[in-house]
Design a protein around this ligand. Structure first.
Ligand code: ZN
Length: 495
């Protein structure tokens, strides 16, 4: 219901607690109306910190670095997202990976990767984490690899492997493309670190309303409901959090923004970034020199509706870009230059690991094979693994991040988190909290307790679509995630 939307309403940052993560001088300054004022205030704070705390003059500032690389495939890799055997016929625009590196005056670093990938599997992100640690000394807590979940992006590694017909030639192409993307991501992160230079960070929040809770509103009903001005059902998160990064002289550097919605406006055979791609293009056109970066917040159960035309996709991109402009024109809060990062991998247990007998029942049922090719391929693949002597684990590893930038909390959560997580953590830690989904590993839908109890696509027995050795999560995954998130937030809160 709309009440859930209100759950993300204005409130102080309770997560901040007694830890002085907002300099009291800054907290008493009236928030600026415009960015120019935000920069001036942040610089004023830098000057005050230098005077009072005896920090070296000019040292107490953020450093930021930005880099980007095209990821549009140049070989006939299939399009991801809908599981068809499809080689795209061209591109509406290029696909990108983009990197924002941050460093505080103590030399603490954090690096965020955003991308137009549909899903980055662990088999891709793990090698990047290893190589980035070796090459640049960044630990796991310092790097978050996100993907927009763009359904008009390319296949990658073993992401959603059973969605696609088995085709050795295609698998070779996907393997080669993924290897190139690992190289490119490591190299792009290196360029962002090389670009580190003094910067000013400010944050704000706009709004866009095209995301619809797809569990509670039949797609065909939405246009008539919207036209009649009737309310749509189910929780949504229409916030557009924005992080503006500039050089101290005001030069544009990066605009990071988020939204909770599946990039599934389009379902056709042309590469493009769906609504986040169009939003980034528009923002970069309006702000020459900036790199626009998108994170999908908790859009696992949200769709852009109505959909399926390029016009609607461009319109949603424009609405999101307008939400970013609303934030930039509003009360941007300067972010004090202090960084803390924490990471944990927790175990999310399955309700029950699938057995050989259950898998055999699926593969021997011609009806099931015809009706559910994904499930049939999944069962066949898992039977092969069992025959090779493998034992399936009873739980999956689930990645969680907490970053503190000044008094701004940024959470990172693996895979397809439903909107309840964003609404809950913004209630618990403050409305300005960023709750980023689709980080590090596209391992499955992550239902809340509510969605798990309701069942259905995001909460029920569909884990096979992601290749998991089980059909359902255990019912307590939200409890486990929330406990770990609170512990991580406490870690970054401590001095
Ligand atoms: Zn999805």
């Amino acid at each position: 219901m709309r009440a859930a939307d209100r759950g993300a309403g204005a409130s102080p940052a309770p997560w901040c607690g007694a830890f002085p993560c907002v300099p009291t001088r800054l907290a008493t300054i009236r928030p600026p109306r415009r960015l120019g004022a935000a920069i001036a205030l942040a610089l004023a704070w830098v000057g005050l910190a230098g005077a009072d705390d005896a920090a070296p003059a000019g040292a107490a500032t953020w450093k930021a670095g930005v880099a980007r690389a095209v990821i549009t495939p140049t070989t006939p890799v299939w399009l991801a997202g809908y599981g068809s055997k499809r080689v795209p016929d061209g591109a509406l625009h290029d696909l990108w990976m983009k990197v924002l590196a941050l460093e505080d005056p103590a030399g603490r670093r954090a690096v965020l990767v955003t991308s137009d990938f549909q899903g980055v599997p662990r088999s891709m992100s793990d090698p990047v984490f290893e190589r980035v640690a070796a090459a640049y000394g960044l630990g796991r807590a310092q790097l978050m690899i996100t993907f927009s979940h763009n359904h008009c992006g390319p296949r990658l590694g073993d992401d959603l492997i059973d969605y696609y017909p088995v085709d050795p030639e295609q698998e070779t192409l996907v393997r080669e493309y993924t290897a190139r993307m690992i190289e490119r991501m490591v190299e792009t992160i290196g360029r962002a670190l090389d670009d580190l230079a003094p910067a000013v960070l400010a944050t704000g929040r706009g709004r866009a309303t095209f995301a619809v809770n797809r569990r509670n509103n039949p797609e065909g009903d939405v246009p008539a409901l919207r036209a009649a001005g009737k309310p749509l059902a189910g929780p949504v998160d229409h916030d557009v959090p924005v992080l503006h990064v500039t050089r101290p002289d005001g030069t544009a550097r990066a605009i990071l923004f988020g939204y909770a919605c599946h990039p599934t406006t389009l379902s056709f055979m042309t590469w493009n970034g769906d609504y986040p791609g169009f939003a980034q293009l528009e923002i970069e056109e309006r702000h020459p020199g900036t790199t626009a970066m998108f994170v999908n917040t908790c859009g696992g159960d949200q769709n852009p509706l109505p959909r399926r035309t390029v016009e609607l996709c461009m319109q949603y991109g424009h609405e999101l870009a307008a939400g970013v402009e609303e934030a930039l024109a509003g009360e941007l809060r300067p972010i004090a230059p202090a960084l803390a990062t924490a990471y944990r991998s927790i175990e999310l247990p399955y309700l029950a690991v699938v057995t050989r007998a259950e898998l055999l029942a699926i593969t021997s049922d011609p009806q099931a094979a015809r009706g559910e090719a994904i499930k049939s391929r999944w069962a066949t693949r898992l039977l092969t693994r069992l025959a090779a002597g493998e034992t399936f684990p009873a739980a999956a590893d689930y990645p969680l991040h907490a970053w503190r930038l000044g008094d701004t909390l940024v959470l990172g959560m693996g895979a397809e988190t439903v909107v309840d997580y964003a609404l809950r953590f913004k209630r618990e830690f403050g409305a300005e909290t960023w709750v980023c989904g689709y980080a590090d590993d596209m391992l499955a839908y992550i239902p809340s307790r509510r969605v798990w109890e309701e069942g259905g696509y995001e909460g029920g027995a569909r884990l096979y679509e992601y290749g998991r050795p089980a059909l359902r999560w255990a019912g307590d995954v939200e409890d486990r995630i929330a406990k770990a998130v609170h512990e991580l937030v406490a870690e970054v809160r401590e001095p």
